[in-house]
Design a protein around this ligand. Structure first.
Ligand SMILES: [Zn+2]
Length: 413
């Protein structure tokens, strides 16, 4: 609207100017040799304007002719780009649908049209992996890793492949390169932690552990691999402080203290461990030096006093009491344990022993024993250190299962 107004004003001005000049009249004389041309002013103006227009059109036409090949090329490139992007979208759809072969041919076509862009190289790698062609995928990842702008993506893919084929030295080298390419990436930190676990580099695993990862097993595993006794002791202490309920850490820390002559502090550690999570191995370590049966009962009482009604506490007290001939005391504990519903096979087997100790070889005792043995077979079994992966039972906790080689799966239960 504003433009139309301006045009109108411009036209009015031009008409006004032409009318003014007409009224003024006047002529221009052009003399060349003997020839003389006289032009009136309006005619001259019209001629000049016409000349200007013709020149302008000539220049525009010439420029358009010169630019024509470039325009043609640009149009063709745009067509290729559109086609390429269409292929890329189709490849994405095929990948999402799990059609590996279709995705491969579409990505290939898109690469022909668009060139080796980082996105297309990544898609190529994904399509090749989906088709099970790991080597072709590795080539695409390597091409990515060579580019400055997509180095991390390439290394990430190569690292994933190395981890998958369990080539730990290659994976470690790639992780180092990836860390240099993109320091502090969360994903990489997790992968490096996993890698450290796989290669049993526990110190590294501990250093890279996320806040959600239990630190005590890692610190204890690191202590187990540490050649220097002082550093191993420090790691064991760290493991115990990280989780006093993790019995192997309490055991190791207490053993280290006892070996250094700090028997009282060692017992304190075991008591603290028992208070956090009672475990039969803590009791075994605590009562190790006590040979005299009544002294064992007293020691057992000292150990469990902060966690008196726990099933393991009752079981320990019952066993110590039975050992010292305190059958009444043992029965009180075992009855309470059975009544709590937490009794496992050990409690019932102890009751069998108790019947024998109390009544000897009588008909009544044999009937009671048979009853407890039946209960023992249906009760939950004794807890053990067991691999969560393959189910192998271990005598003590181990950072890696020696049955299946899985790290971090041996647990109490
Ligand atoms: Zn296993």
């Amino acid at each position: 609207m504003r433009r139309a107004l301006w045009l109108l004003i411009l036209c009015a001005l031009a008409v006004g100017l032409a009318w003014g000049l007409m009224r003024l009249g006047g002529a221009v004389e052009v003399r060349v040799a003997d020839m003389e041309i006289v032009l009136s002013l309006p005619v001259l103006l019209i001629l000049l304007v016409t000349l200007f227009l013709v020149l302008h059109l000539l220049i525009v036409g010439f420029r358009s002719l010169v630019n024509w090949p470039a325009r043609l090329r640009a149009r063709r490139a745009a067509r290729r780009r559109n086609h390429g992007e269409m292929m890329l979208t189709r490849a994405l759809v095929s990948l999402a649908a799990g059609s590996a072969d279709a995705a491969r041919s579409e990505v290939k076509r898109a690469r022909q049209l668009l060139g080796d862009t980082p996105q297309l190289l990544l898609l190529t790698a994904e399509a090749e992996r989906m088709a099970g062609r790991e080597e072709a995928a590795a080539e695409a990842f390597q091409a990515l890793a060579k580019r400055e702008d997509a180095r991390f993506i390439g290394l990430r893919g190569l690292l994933r492949q190395a981890m998958q084929r369990q080539d730990w030295p290659a994976a470690q080298a790639l992780a180092k390169e990836a860390e240099a390419a993109h320091p502090g990436a969360t994903w990489l930190r997790e992968e490096r932690a996993l890698l450290a676990q796989r290669t049993q580099d526990w110190r590294e695993a501990l250093a890279l552990a996320s806040p959600a990862t239990p630190r005590a097993p890692l610190a204890l595993a690191a202590a187990g691999k540490e050649a220097d006794a002082a550093r191993a002791a420090e790691l064991e202490k760290q493991a115990f402080q990280a989780d006093p309920a993790f019995a192997p850490a309490a055991l190791a820390h207490a053993a280290r203290l006892a070996a250094a002559g700090n028997a009282r502090r060692a017992k304190g550690v075991l008591e603290q461990g028992w208070a956090a999570a009672p475990h039969p191995q803590l009791a075994a370590a605590y009562l190790e030096g006590e040979a005299e049966p009544l002294a064992r009962v007293k020691a057992a009482e000292a150990l469990v006093h902060r966690n008196r009604t726990h099933a393991e506490s009752r079981l320990l007290l019952a066993r110590a009491a039975l050992g010292a001939g305190l059958t009444g005391r043992a029965r009180t504990e075992l009855d309470a344990l059975v009544a709590s519903g937490e009794a496992d096979a050990r409690a019932y087997l102890l009751l069998v022993e108790l019947e024998q100790a109390e009544q000897g070889d009588t008909t009544l005792a044999r009937a009671a024993e048979a009853r407890w043995l039946r209960a023992a077979t249906t009760a939950k079994p004794e807890p053990r250190w067991r691999c969560g992966q393959c189910g192998k039972v271990h005598a003590a906790w181990a950072p890696v299962c020696d049955g299946c080689g899985t790290a971090g799966r041996v647990a109490w239960g």
